[in-house]
Every structure is written in structure tokens, then in C-alpha cells.
Ligand binder design. Structure first.
Ligand code: FAD
Length: 541
């Protein structure tokens, strides 16, 4: 098109016929393997300028060539399609015709700064079409240099990237919304890759793992969690079988326990590498969601504990009554045995005392009355309540014992170090009886530490899994038990305490032994322990 005002120039004539080069990155030289001439150069030489012109004219990207003031000298078809201006309308106009004037000045300064340095610039600008609609232009500009390396034109290439930007924004917003929901969720969430490495976790999961293994890494804590999930996670990994509401619990120290309900799902994520675009190999990830049920379980446990307290109170009343009866029997047996001995002695002195002697008669009457009283007492002994044996979790029993003794422990400023085995097999036993027996051992420890003017008052309770059963250590930092008394303490009516002290009649440990024997277990004092007392209970599975 010819000019009318000297401004509009035909796109064909406007570009000076001079040898030019664009300072855009050059394609690879693509030399052949023998080091021969480049195939690229060969093809290039064979092509006529018209081919290049047609290629530019029909390229799907908006291409324009400007003078040094950014006045448009040439625009291809895609330029018209993108901007809405036909060729006649833009030739001779400045590129700023496209500016919406909302692009920050700094962007233009950067663009022009690069061009003046004979370098390319790429970036995003907000452009306005002829119909006033806006679009986001992904623009690359480059200087076109002559043989003297002087800039003679500018080359601009842009495409409408509004859709891509909108999509990108939507993905970003969506990802932000999902992140906000996940991050503020009280449910712990973690995503593991095929090698079960954590690739994503939310703050609730981070808190959970630090509670689960306070001094270890998140990966270590995750291993513990996966171990607790056992076969459910193994199956998820092997067969992709989801699991729901798998409940696990762990101890947090003291008598505190946490209950978690876990769900596991497999999700297939697409590979992002370009090489896998068509093949898309299987890439399994594991999504773990973990809800904390502690509050709910705690409430259930409190009501269970109240019920247990009632059972134990009954058990202890029966135990105390039996103790009182056994004590009375024990006390009465002494004089009755003495009368028996006296009668035996008198029987050997037939020369002095006949059978009809009133002293002998009185003694015989006393002996008879004594036996009668003993018989009555023995008959009146309250029955031991016959609980049936069930599968008992010893950690649970001890946790209840600690809870029941909390007041006493606090009032004597005793620190409890509760070290339960992470996984303890159940034993067959009478839960109520076991609670009473362990409570008796804990009471003894509390008394041993309350008695002395100790500075260190620590009660350590730990459980282990053994080959054939479970072992429980109850360790206190009290005065300890003398070597010579280590077996005697289990005898009925033996006590190292003064008669009035703590209502003690020396029957507690014998009752403990009776309960443990009833469970085919053993209870003994650890001889190797010398900084207090370590009472050991072993129960078979
Ligand atoms: P202007 O006054 O035109 O310029 C703003 C800034 O650029 C000022 O800081 C000024 O100093 C500097 N500047 C302007 N012209 C020159 C120059 N010739 N030499 C050195 N510095 C200069 N802009 C768009 O908005 N959309 C486009 O699609 C677009 N495509 C372009 C394609 C090419 C090949 C070139 C060379 C430029 C293109 N531009 C484009 C930039 C355009 O020329 C304007 O600079 C821009 O639109 C700002 O216009 P303005 O009228 O607001 O400000």
C-alpha cells in the first residue's frame, strides 16, 4: 500500500533491501556426524526469500516488523487475527496502538532498555484490540541488525496467552484454596510416593509425627505409623486395597494416650516429564488421612474408669474384709495352738493331772471354743469374686492403675515415668484382679517414697514383650528392700512397717502373689536393682 501522509508505507517497500540478521538465539548448527557442512545451511541457501516471506506471513504467531521508533512496517495475518486491526489500519502506526496503558512503565523501560542494548526482551503486556477488548500478550521483541551490527528494525512476535494465563490463575487459585483447606484441616494429611517417602504433609500431620516420635524425623515417625497400620498399609501398597477407620493408639508419656483413626487411599498421578507424555507410566501415591479421636475416646475412657472404680472399690472392700478375717484367724490360731500345746504337756503328766481335773476340763473347753471360733471365722470368710478370664491389654491395665493413683501420686509429688511397650500382646486374665494387684504394688511404691525424706521421687512403670509373655517393672526411688527380706515380704502377715502404719497387716503382697499365681505368672524383687525397689511381674501369654 502506498503512503498518503508519508507515514503509512507499504509493507513490501518499507523494509530496506539490506542484509540483516535478527539477534534472536540461533538454532543449533546441526553439523552432520562427519563434520561436514551444516544441513541447516544447505537448506537455507536453497530456499528463496519468498519462502521465508510466506512462512512469516502464515505463521500462527502475530509477527510485526517496526522501524526504530516502533512504527509498524509489516504485520502478518496472525497479527490481524490477534489484534483485530487489518493490515491497512496498523501499517505506519506505532506499536503503542496496542497498549492498554495499564502495563507498568517499568516493563516498557525494560523492553526498550534491552532493545537499545541490541538484546531480545520477552514478557507479558496487557494489550487492547481494535474492539477495545483486552488480552494478555506474551511478547518477544528483538533488534534486526545489519552487516555492521547496527539496529535497522525491530521484530515483534506475540500471541494471546489470556486463556493460558486464565487457566494458570485458576490452577493457582485452586491450589491455594486446596492448600488453605488442607493446611487448616484438623485432620492430618500426608501424601507418600511409591517408595513411601513423604512428599506432602499438612501442619496437622507435622504435629502428629512430632507427638508420635518427639525426637525423630518425620520419616522415622511415618515408619512407626506405617508399622502400626500393619497389614492394612501393606495391602494398600501391594494390591491397592483402600482401608478405612483403622484405629491405632499410642502413649504420649504420663498416662496420656492418643487414639487415631486412619484411612488410606491410592491415587495415580500423571508423570510430568515430557518423555512420558504418550506412555504415562503407572505412578501410585498413597494418601493417608488421620483423624484424632482422643477427645471422644477420653470421654469413653472416663466413664469406663468410673465403672472400674466401682468394681475395684467392691473388690477392695472384699479384700479388706478377707484381710481382717485372715488377721483374726491368724491372731486366734496362736492362743488356740498354745492351749493345744499346754494340754499335750498336761497329758504327759498323768501322775499329777487326771482327765477329770478342772484345769484340764477348762483348757479343753477353751480349746473347743477356740476351734469353734476359728471354724466360724473361716466359714465367714467372704468369697473371692470369681471373675472370668478375658483377653487383657496389660498397658491398658497399668494406665488405669496410674489414673486411679493420680491423686496419691500428686499429693506425694511423685513423678511418673510411664514406658509402655509400643506393641504388647494381650494376656488371658482377670482385669479387675490385675488392676487391684498392680494398684497394690504402686501403693507400696508410693508409701516407700512418702516414708523417706527423698528428694528424687520417681515411679517408673514399664512393660516389655518377652518370649513367652509380658514383663512389667514397677520401679521406685524409695528405700528399697533388704536382700534378706526379698522372699519373706511375700509371706502372709509379714510387714516391715509398724503395726499401725497405713492400716498395714502385711497381707497386700501375699494377695498380689496369689493373683499373679492365679494367672500362672511370677512376681519377684529384681535383685540387681539397688537404687530403690524394682518389683517385676511376668505374665504368660
Ligand atoms: P511510550 O512513550 O511509547 O514509551 C514508554 C517507554 O518506552 C518510555 O520509557 C520511553 O522512554 C521508552 N521508549 C519509547 N520508544 C522508545 C524508543 N524508540 N527508543 C527508546 N526508548 C523508547 N507495546 C505494547 O503495549 N504492546 C505491544 O504489543 C507492543 N509491541 C511492540 C513491538 C515492538 C517490535 C516494539 C519495538 C515495541 C512494542 N511495544 C508494544 C512497545 C511500544 O512501542 C510502546 O513503547 C509501549 O506501548 C508504550 O507506549 P506508551 O505510548 O505508553 O509509551
Amino acid at each position: 500500500m502506498n503512503t498518503t501522509n508519508g507515514k503509512n508505507i507499504s509493507s513490501n517497500n518499507a523494509i530496506k533491501k539490506t542484509q540483516v540478521s535478527v539477534s534472536a538465539p540461533k538454532p543449533d548448527s546441526r553439523e552432520n556426524r562427519d563434520g561436514g557442512e551444516s544441513i541447516y545451511n544447505l537448506s537455507h541457501r536453497d530456499l528463496s526469500p519468498e519462502v521465508f516471506k510466506q512462512a512469516v506471513e502464515h505463521a500462527p504467531v502475530a509477527i510485526s516488523i517496526t522501524d526504530l521508533q516502533a512504527n509498524i512496517l509489516y504485520a502478518n495475518r496472525a497479527f490481524s487475527k490477534v489484534t483485530g486491526y487489518n493490515n491497512d489500519e496498523v501499517i505506519g502506526e506505532n506499536e503503542s496502538i496496542l497498549s492498554n496503558h495499564t502495563t507498568p512503565r517499568l516493563a516498557y523501560q525494560a523492553l526498550w532498555g534491552r532493545l537499545l542494548q541490541k538484546k531480545t526482551w520477552s514478557g507479558l503486556l496487557v494489550n487492547r484490540r481494535k474492539d477495545d477488548s483486552l488480552y494478555l500478550a506474551e511478547l518477544s521483541v528483538a533488534p534486526v541488525l545489519d552487516q555492521n551490527e547496527d539496529t535497522v528494525y525491530y521484530l515483534g512476535m506475540h500471541r494471546d496467552s489470556s486463556d493460558l494465563h486464565e487457566l494458570e490463575q485458576r490452577v493457582n487459585n485452586l491450589s491455594q484454596m486446596i492448600s488453605a483447606v488442607i493446611n487448616s484441616s484438623p485432620i492430618a494429611i500426608a501424601l507418600l510416593n511409591a517408595d513411601t517417602d513423604i512428599i506432602l504433609m499438612n501442619p496437622s500431620f507435622q504435629r502428629l509425627v512430632s507427638d508420635l516420635a518427639p525426637e525423630k524425623s518425620a520419616e522415622d515417625a511415618k515408619e512407626i505409623l506405617l508399622e502400626m497400620l500393619g497389614d492394612d498399609f501393606i495391602n494398600l501398597k501391594k494390591t491397592g486395597k483402600h482401608f478405612h477407620n483403622h484405629e491405632v493408639s499410642f502413649d504420649e508419656g504420663g498416662a496420656n494416650q492418643r487414639w487415631l483413626v486412619c484411612n488410606g487411599t491410592i491415587i495415580g498421578l500423571e508423570d510430568e516429564k515430557p518423555g512420558n507424555f504418550f506412555t504415562q507410566p503407572e505412578s501410585s501415591h498413597f494418601l493417608l488421612t488421620i483423624d484424632d479421636l482422643t477427645e471422644l475416646r477420653q470421654r469413653q475412657l472416663d466413664s469406663q474408669l468410673n465403672a472400674l472404680k466401682a468394681v475395684i472399690a467392691e473388690e477392695e472392700l472384699a479384700h479388706a474384709t478377707r484381710e481382717a478375717f485372715n488377721g483374726a484367724i491368724h491372731n486366734l490360731e496362736g492362743p488356740v495352738n498354745l492351749i493345744g500345746a499346754a494340754l499335750a504337756m498336761l497329758a504327759r503328766r498323768k501322775d499329777v493331772f487326771s482327765d477329770q481335773d478342772p484345769v484340764i476340763q477348762a483348757l479343753k473347753d477353751a480349746q473347743k471354743a477356740g476351734h469353734q471360733a476359728l471354724e466360724n471365722l473361716t466359714r465367714s470368710l467372704p468369697d473371692t469374686s470369681d471373675q472370668s478370664k478375658t483377653s487383657v491389654n496389660v498397658n491398658e491395665v497399668l494406665r488405669n492403675v496410674i489414673r486411679l493413683s493420680t491423686q496419691k501420686l500428686l499429693s506425694h509429688s511423685i513423678v511418673v515415668d510411664w514406658q509402655p511397650a509400643l506393641r504388647l500382646p494381650p494376656v488371658l486374665g482377670k482385669e479387675g484382679k490385675l488392676v487391684s494387684a498392680f494398684r497394690s504394688l504402686v501403693d507400696n511404691s508410693i508409701e516407700a517414697m512418702a516414708d523417706s525424706n527423698l528428694i528424687k521421687r520417681e515411679l517408673t512403670i514399664r512393660t516389655y514383650e518377652q518370649k513367652q509373655g509380658v514383663r512389667i517393672d514397677i520401679i521406685d526411688t524409695g528405700s528399697g528392700i533388704d536382700q534378706s527380706l526379698r522372699f519373706k515380704i511375700f509371706e502372709p502377715f509379714f510387714s516391715t512397717k509398724k503395726p499401725l502404719q497405713g492400716n498395714c497387716r502385711g497381707i497386700g503382697l501375699s494377695m498380689v502373689q496369689e493373683t499373679i499365681l492365679d494367672h500362672a505368672g511370677t512376681v519377684f524383687v529384681d535383685e540387681d536393682y539397688d537404687s530403690g525397689c524394682c518389683m517385676v511381674v511376668e505374665l504368660p501369654l
